[in-house]
Write a protein that binds this ligand. Sequence first.
Ligand code: SF4
Ligand code: SF4
Length: 351
Amino acid sequence: MSATATTQPIPTRPKSRVKAASRKLRELGIVGHALASTHHVVMAQIVPMRFCNLSCAYCNEYDKVSEPVPLDEMLRRIDHLARLGTSIITISGGEPLTHPDLDQIIARIRHHGRLAGMITNGYFLMPDRIERLNHAGLDHMQISIDNVQPDEISKKSLKVLDKKLQFLAQYAQFHININSVVGGGIKNPQDALTIGHRALELGFTSTIGIIHDGSGQLKPLGGEERRVYYEMTKLEKKNYSRFNHFQEAIANGEPNDWRCRAGSRYLYICEQGLVHYCSQQRGFPGTPLADYTHADLDREFLTEKTCAPNCTVSCVHQISYIDHWRAPQTRMTDPHGDHSDHTSDLINIEL
Ligand code: SF4
Ligand code: SF4
């Protein structure tokens, strides 16, 4: 690796291996439950904090003024997600590590026996903070790293974050995925390869996402971007093989043929506690989580979304893939939400 200091891989601690085995069993249980029944949410993304310490140029998911959602309200929202049978709850933002009560939120997810994930920019990770996340019961963490050197587009850089990654390799008992990106104004596509190699060297998994411009329209990747994208998919084949075709179509600027189960198998809960299809389709359905019912889940399961062919939200596609073989959709909706992209959507829970 050229731009950052390289260290030897840090061996996984025995306690981490035990936790990884137990996590894998729980994940298999989630897949089995999802295959057996369509009447529950498989994954929800929930925002406790719209504030972010960074200002990535492509992002519309943050501000600089919002207060954290109060803890008692967050706990109520977690309880509602449990009522809807949600298997995986992923905390995102803004920057979740700026929420003062994040550990209690994670602990509440685990109290309900659900898988707890989070998406962070990693800036606030120190050994004691990581230990607290271990103690709270965090299962998965994703960090998106956009470039090797910080620039005006993004400060989520390997140069800044490499020390944090070393802390994680040494202390974390949860699974860590490093997501790198191509497209969307990222200057050096080959940075994604440097980031991917570093992630694997430290014992993490590595994935790649594709960012688009603010219009949300699919645009094929350029020649160098495409070369890097395919090189990345070879890095650790098992991470990519299942869902390659979705990302490949995006890379080629081609529509995907799939059934989006957002609003049913996947929910996005904003900081105001409203249910949205995803971060790109805010306002649909826009129902308060407290009022969301299994009847809503059943309706949205069978509702075709006209934005599906050009959708770039790979986590919803991954969740929807579980049901691709059943229940053709019989209703249709035509949402016209905010189509700006956000790389944090690209969570990669290894199902
Ligand atoms: S992409 Fe993430 S780190 Fe960057 S501004 Fe948005 S929320 Fe903050
Ligand atoms: S943007 Fe994608 S994930 Fe969101 S509702 Fe449309 S098809 Fe589903």
